[in-house]
Design a binder for this molecule. Sequence first.
Ligand code: AMP
Length: 123
Amino acid sequence: MDYTYDDQNIFAKILRSEIPNDTVLETEYALAFNDIGPQAPVHVLVIPKGPYVSYDHFALAASDAEILGYTRAIGEVCRIVGVQDNGFRMISNAGQDGVQEVPHLHVHILGGRMMGRMVQKPA
Ligand code: AMP
């Protein structure tokens, strides 16, 4: 598996403050910000600060502290945006079949409405 990280991807630029973001939470290990094209009333992206392409890359190569810090940040974001009671959907797209657009690990936290079926077949 080739986990080569492209440091010119848009989330890497956000982490370097080269482009702005609408921050929800920043910690030592993670940054969370509102998605620029929201698909639900709540649509937050949570990214680790380290250079990981996808969740499987992160799970393989990140330190225990990074994994713990990222996971805790995801939970904190859910509480900040208030989806912990009614629920939410968490998605992490990876690679070509996962239709990942930005090659820096991110989870989408979607909520604030009924999210519908988990997966749709392509038209
Ligand atoms: P994915 O298909 O999982 O890689 O999703 C990438 C997400 O990043 C999409 O939902 C985009 O709307 C979002 N996105 C792209 N550029 C930005 C940006 N500059 N700020 C916030 N969200 C962005």
